[in-house]
Design a protein around this ligand. Structure first.
Ligand SMILES: Cc1cc2nc3c(=O)[nH]c(=O)nc-3n(C[C@H](O)[C@H](O)[C@H](O)COP(=O)(O)OP(=O)(O)OC[C@H]3O[C@@H](n4cnc5c(N)ncnc54)[C@H](O)[C@@H]3O)c2cc1C
Length: 558
């Protein structure tokens, strides 16, 4: 190799999910690793996220006596993904590798001192299909004391879980039941005590993605992996068709880093690039994403320049949002996931008609909104609910029963009327349509059966609802005036398509040949999950997994 300012064994572009995992594998093979991150913070959207990884047949399920096997998980993936011949990221070979390597990777991370566990109940998103798990396959990191990172603590990207008391994601999800359950009241006491003890003992607990990436960063630093922030990769360095290194910057001047064993791109997707959205995902907006700011797509385009094939570029991890005044500009946009799956609420298009199961995977939900919008205006759609909902459930981050900001009404974000006809007029939809929609839905509630869209028939729909509402956790009549509506948008937490990779995470050209020296993982790639979201953690899980696989391959291949 010639003309490099510096040479290491393995270069990783971006510090997201799979990056430190790949680095740890390389270090365990006694290789040198350099991770280059363009933003001032480490961890990517992974650190901002819930940090859930969808890991079939994981050792924590075994520990807790929850049944699973590679065959069962494979049956499930087949049932959810199908053939997906137009989604090469989800090839049979890659699905097989995912299922085989997932438990091995978790064992490897455990041996590296990364403390993980499972969430007791987070059903697969199609749990009713063959091989589905009602308990779920969600793996997360244990709470992490960020103070253990010393000076690096300031460089860890925070998670979206920003409660004043230290709670895991699982605990946070239980808190809305506070009014209804003594068990949840006791949980709150436990969390307050945990917070008090932390203050005395000088701990700074972080949860979700920050706990996962905090633990990964700690393991990475312990093994001597070098990580540079504010160091963007501008180009891949290619010699005779093979990737030999990257062009970055150091002290404000170009800096060429050689990589003896290869380059792994884990640089996120293009959620913050409106030009790429207009090209691949028309009708979606950078204003509706919760991805971290570095998600701007330039490394996908750089890999394309080097001949990489792309696929599944239309796909996003949709995440339905409701946007009160000011939320579009803010990083923390209120999710509408639980909102429309709660009792006493439905989602309607702008004509006032219901058009889908308001439970279900957020990816399918947002796909459904965009598809509906082609026939009937449905962006935004309206969450329509009644006073029972207002009393019992949170709305856009506000507490149940609390007085809503006057600005919500003044700006027209929150619509309110004494009758459904009056509400329909405010929504500019047909009063007869909205009234008929609500009456039909209320009839389904009486019979506890949603004949149109089957809401509540799978464990995941019910899990999204109110565990204390009986007989159905998700079906409740809309009958008590005043009636309300808020807009719901097809937001996202990131994109899901990118370069095509094989079962070793090697980047492929359009003719199926390998670009030597180039690996990719995470949402820079066409997802192994194709065009579906089988369960919680279907983004972070694959990012880790293919980082692990890429490094194992690169470590032995040269
Ligand atoms: C609020 C929220 C909750 C979520 N919860 C979950 C969850 O629990 N489970 C799940 O599976 N998914 C979840 N998601 C989605 C998931 O977080 C992302 O899809 C996933 O983390 C992407 O991981 P990644 O490793 O591909 O990229 P990232 O983690 O985003 O890492 C990419 C990194 O590359 C850097 N980068 C980009 N370009 C360059 C360059 N040119 N040079 C150097 N560095 C570069 C970026 O700055 C970034 O740090 C959530 C998302 C959000 C917003």
């Amino acid at each position: 190799m010639s003309n490099f300012d510096e040479v290491v064994d393995f270069v990783v572009v971006g510090s997201g999910g799979g990056s430190m995992c790949a680095g740890l594998v390389m270090k365990s093979a006694a290789k040198t690793v350099l991770i280059l991150e363009k933003t001032p913070l480490i961890g990517g959207t992974t650190s901002r996220s819930g940090g859930v990884m969808w890991m079939p047949n994981n050792p924590f399920m075994k520990r807790d006596g929850v049944e699973d096997s590679p065959e069962r998980a494979s049956t499930y993936l087949d049932a959810v993904l199908g053939e997906q011949s137009d989604a090469p990221g989800a090839s049979r070979a890659r699905r097989r590798t995912y299922l085989t390597e997932a438990p091995r990777m978790l064992e490897f991370l455990g041996n590296q001192g990364v403390k993980l566990t499972r969430i007791k109940e987070w059903p697969d998103y199609y749990d009713e299909r063959p091989g589905g798990s009602a308990a779920g396959r969600a793996v997360v990191a244990e709470l992490f004391d960020a103070n253990e990172l010393g000076v690096w603590k300031q460089r860890l990207r925070p998670s979206f879980i920003a409660l004043p008391i230290p709670a895991t994601l699982e605990e946070m999800l239980e808190l809305p039941g506070l009014k209804q359950s003594w068990r949840v009241k006791l949980l709150l006491v436990k969390l307050v005590l945990r917070g008090a003890v932390a203050k005395i003992t000088g701990k700074h607990w972080v949860a979700g993605g920050a706990a996962l990436q905090g633990r990964m960063l700690q393991a990475a630093l312990r093994t001597g992996i070098e990580i540079r922030t504010e160091t963007p990769v501008k180009e891949l360095i290619v010699e005779a068709g093979a990737v030999k290194g990257v062009l970055t910057v150091k002290n404000d001047r170009p800096w060429r880093v050689g990589a003896r064993l290869g380059v792994l791109v884990n640089a996120g997707g293009f959620a913050h690039n409106q030009r790429m959205r207009d090209q691949y995902q028309p009708g979606t907006s950078v204003k509706w994403t919760m991805a971290a700011p570095g998600d701007t797509g330039e490394m996908i385009e750089e890999m394309m320049r080097q001949g990489a094939a792309i696929a599944q570029m239309e796909e996003r991890v949709g995440s339905q949002l409701t946007l009160p005044p000011g939320a579009e500009e803010s990083e923390a946009k209120p999710t509408a996931q639980g909102l429309t799956a709660s009792p006493h609420v439905i989602l309607v298009d702008q004509s006032g008609a219901r058009y889908m199961n308001e439970g279900g995977s957020y990816m399918a939900y947002c796909q459904g909104m965009l598809a509906r919008n082609k026939a009937v205006p449905a962006v935004p759609s309206w969450a329509v609910f009644d006073s029972q909902f207002m009393r019992k459930y949170m709305l856009a981050g506000t507490m149940p029963g609390s007085k809503k900001p006057q600005q919500w009404l003044d700006s027209g974000y929150l619509k309110q009327a004494d009758t459904l006809e009056g509400l329909a007029q405010q929504l500019k939809s047909d009063p007869a349509t909205l009234k008929a929609t609500v009456e039909r839905f209320n009839g389904f509630v009486v019979n506890n059966r949603d004949e149109d869209f089957h809401r509540g028939e799978r464990a995941y729909d019910r899990w999204l609802g109110d565990p204390f509402h009986k007989p159905s956790e998700t079906l409740g009549k809309i009958e008590e005036a005043p009636f309300y509506a808020v807009p719901v948008y097809p937001g996202d937490v990131g994109t899901y398509g990118g370069v095509v990779t094989d079962e070793h995470a090697r980047v492929l050209r359009g003719d199926g040949s390998v670009i030597p020296g180039l690996y990719a993982t995470g949402v820079s790639t066409a997802s192994v999950m194709g065009r579906a979201y089988p369960g919680a953690g279907s983004s972070v899980g694959p990012s880790f997994l293919w980082g692990y696989v890429a490094a194992k391959h690169a470590a032995v291949s040269q």
